[in-house]
Design a protein around this ligand. Sequence first.
Ligand code: SAH
Length: 215
Amino acid sequence: MTEDDLATRKMQFLYALRSKGVTDARVLGAMEEIDRGPFVRGLFAERAYEDMPLPIACGQTISQPSVVGLMTQALNVTPRDKVLEIGTGSGYQAAILAKLARRVYTIDRHRRLVREARDIFDELNLHTITAITADGSHGLADQAPFDRILVTAAAEDPPGPLLAQLKEGGIMVLPVGQSDAVQSLIRVHKTATGLEYDELRDVRFVPLLEGLGKD
Ligand code: SAH
């Protein structure tokens, strides 16, 4: 690919995001700054600038960029926020969050994905991200509470420990529903009087699984 081709593809990438409803200037800025290329390895690297989910290692997927944009926008991240992401995958979503937040913790159940994501964070000088191998459905008690929580794998219901680790005034965005069906992306607001839920759109994510992966 020539430099001109790459520039054209990146422009089309941002245009696709806008046309699918990603309109927040800070989110678009972060997505312009973080190149998706390095997060998509191997066979599919050529297709990094298409608005498509793509396969990554350990049988997982890097989410569709417009879905990443819409989820990030729904999370309404501010520069003071400490954010928890469940489902590091390629590390792409965490890198975008790092451009918007003060601190990002990201958890995946696959050791290999965490290791590879850490290498990219180092290469890109993203030193405010801590990537951890664990079962993220328990959250990260020793760093709680969090201003924002983003879950990028689908559970049937919002995991209790994550709701508990959300700060009052905090926001959590997550897909809920059966893994083999269309799921619903929801946003939870934690207020002084309880939890408020709103439904954002239909999505399809890999399931939130228990325990650690084999690799
Ligand atoms: N946010 C990622 C895409 C996530 S794909 C990106 O930007 O590329 C969903 C990820 O959730 C997978 O990597 C999968 O291993 C992880 N996952 C599934 N169940 C999990 C759990 N209980 N704890 C932590 N990670 C989990």
